[in-house]
Design a protein around this ligand. Structure first.
Ligand code: HEC
Ligand code: HEC
Length: 272
């Protein structure tokens, strides 16, 4: 909720104005809490130009003159960590993002809508990214079988990393790369050890630990094992990912939906 402007307005208006202001702000809140259905009322070329002006003076120092990022994130890609609907943008700009450097900008909703229109104009040519949709991404996460290896808030498998808060630690670029080129950057915890054991069948698992004599690993059914290396033949450690590349099996827009969804996975309340 805007603060400074309200306080100075209150001082000016006195108590009589207080009731009017409160009901006005309640009405505004009710109007904007209906989620993605609310559309920006200020999208004319004049609005966009006014939004650009405010952006240059109040936002560019952190988000870059073209909105392409700096100390704050890129706002020109059409993909937003903290929600991509018009109302999400309005709220994030008006209230700021708690626990981050993103300040609350205490303007009238109309002026913030103009900034939203300007931000939208930055990615207007990027239809594919603009339509990135976190709820569609969430559906794809299940329908494409990501949950067979990954766990989100207690649901899914533990084979791959838990992704419950992946949006906090990874950029959208990193997430996109993880989907199309998983082998590029595999943490040691996910290196795959394989060997022939006593039964001479080939076995494999994630390397948890090894020394000269023993190896600890987690098999693909999430069971932990500890074996002495002496009994194993054809022992190998591969640094490639167990995760398949989705470069060809997902469309570019499906990848964007998934990236938008993963980016939205952050600790509740937005505090890091
Ligand atoms: C002091 C630096 C700073 C200023 C000034 C600033 N921002 Fe931000 N902004 C940030 C940071 C940092 C984040 C990222 C917060 C996070 O997720 O950790 C952010 C996040 C955002 C987001 C959410 C992005 C997303 O991916 O969901 C929007 C939208 C945004 N800013 C718009 C604006 C606008 C519009 C202005 C000017 C009216 C502005 N910011 C001014 C630093 C700033
Ligand atoms: C066969 C198991 C498997 C499947 C299926 C799978 N992953 Fe993964 N994924 C992994 C493993 C193992 C890693 C860790 C190694 C690596 O970084 O590639 C990983 C890594 C990741 C990372 C990087 C995590 C980080 O900490 O940077 C992301 C993001 C990710 N997967 C998302 C997905 C999505 C989205 C899908 C579905 C489209 C998917 N995965 C399907 C096994 C899988």
């Amino acid at each position: 909720m805007p603060k400074c402007i309200w306080l100075s307005a209150l001082a000016a208006l006195g108590l009589a104005g207080l009731a009017a202001l409160m009901s006005a702000s309640l009405a505004a809140a009710a109007q904007y809490e209906t989620g993605g259905a609310v559309r920006n009322p200020r999208t004319s070329p004049a609005d966009i130009a006014a939004g650009a002006k405010t952006f240059r003076s109040h936002c560019a120092s952190c988000h870059g003159l073209k909105g392409d990022g700096g100390r704050g994130p890129n706002l020109a890609s059409g993909v937003f960590f903290h929600g991509s609907s018009d109302v999400d943008l309005l709220n994030n700009i008006s209230d700021g993002i708690a626990g981050t450097e993103m300040p609350g900008l205490f303007y009238s909703p109309d002026r913030v809508w103009q900034i939203v229109a300007f931000i939208r104009s930055l990615s207007a040519g990027k239809q594919m990214k603009l339509s990135a949709d976190t709820s569609h991404g969430a559906e794809l996460f299940t329908s494409k079988g990501c949950n067979q290896c990954h766990r989100i808030r207690g649901e899914g498998s533990r084979l791959g990393p838990d992704l419950s808060e992946i949006g906090r630690t990874r950029s959208t670029e990193h997430l996109r790369a993880a989907l199309v080129d998983p082998d590029a950057d595999v943490r040691q915890r996910y290196w795959v050890v394989s060997f022939k054991g006593a039964a001479s069948a080939r076995e494999e698992g994630f390397l948890m630990n090894e020394d000269s004599y023993t190896v600890q690993f987690m098999d693909m059914n999430e069971r932990l094992h500890s074996l002495t290396k002496a009994g194993l033949t054809d022992y190998k450690v591969e640094k490639s990912s167990k995760m398949p590349s989705y470069k060809d099996s997902l469309t570019p827009s499906e990848i964007e939906h998934l990236v938008a969804y993963l980016s939205s996975l952050r600790p509740p309340g937005g505090v890091p």
